[in-house]
Ligand binder design. Sequence first.
Ligand code: NIG
Ligand code: FE
Length: 397
Amino acid sequence: MTVLYDNIGELVTNDPAQGDGSLLGLVRDAAMVVDDDRIAWVGPKGKAPAAEQRVDCGNASVIPGFVDSHAHLVFAGDRAAEFAARMSGAAYDGGGIATTVSATRAASERELSDNVDRLVGELLRSGVTTFETKSGYGLTVADEVRALDIAGRTTAETTFLGAHVVPAEYRDRRDDYVGLVAGDMLMACAPRARWIDVFCDRGAFDVDEARTILLAGADAGLGLRMHASQLAAGPGIKLAVELGAASVDHCTYADDGDLEALAASNTVATLLPGAEFSTRATWPDGRRFVEAGVSIALATDCNPGTSYTTSMPFCIAMAVRDMHLTPQRRCEQPPRAGRPPCAATTWECSRPACGRTSSGSMHPHTFTWPTGPECPSSTTWCNPALPRNESRSNSDE
Ligand code: NIG
Ligand code: FE
């Protein structure tokens, strides 16, 4: 089935060989033909080849789907009381993770899976076409396995986060828990995950524990990611660089040395504005990362404790308003060769340069490319220059 998407005000192709020659590859007054799950043709409107169906885009912008490279979708319960306490001055210290762990362990598989489906539906409707999700609210072998099984039914980008925090029952024997995560839990979870992640921060795991767990994960064939420097400055970011992690996420307290190390590496710094918003933390200055030459990504960090949102547009708006990123540019530098696919989401902002810059919210006439399993062409932009993300919609490429 061929469909002509006609009368597009601006089409973002992400192919510098197209249109205005910018990194966005912006084609104005465009049209696009999709043949089943492939984009078959793009060019000026009025010049498109015949197609079986025609959709009038009403002069809207058409942009590629968003990639949400960091989310924690497998959980039960809510943390509204904790949020209210923070808004009255309490600080976030990660302690509330235990609340979600209890609720998640107590929930049925059906409840967890329904909640994931609800959140995935929200992601897809808000324009996300590829997303990652983590375990990390089970923290027993069986509960982590269950979380990854549920996650794996919705995305290929699954991450084992047994090292989220040390659960209460291991409080006085944390070495045993590190051993479990790097041992039996990893063995059970590795076949169900593509990535391993460790929360390396004040009150979570220290740098030596993180190294032990990540090296074990690498031995088991998993790609590396980290949560680091969300709560305090520390050695986590440099560890991510040293181990060649695909990404290090949060980076709220990244110092100049961290930025220098990141800039010389293939590790992407993922900024998570939803977490700063919801915890009233200090905003990291995204512009500082960009100027230092660091590749950055934005993601929702969707979770019940620190960032209960599935909205990439909202996260982009915050990144523009409060992290000083520009709305027009998709990326500051081309993805580097050798970067793992899911980390190739060096998005400063996916909003097209529409020429009517506003204070940073998504432009009202932005038309997000249709998403979801019923529209598998959503992420398939055939640009050989860019690494591809694997997802349900394009993993057969
Ligand atoms: O990315 N920082 C660690 N993990 C989550 C929050 C977990 C929670 O509070 O439930 C995050 O912000
Ligand atoms: Fe997170």
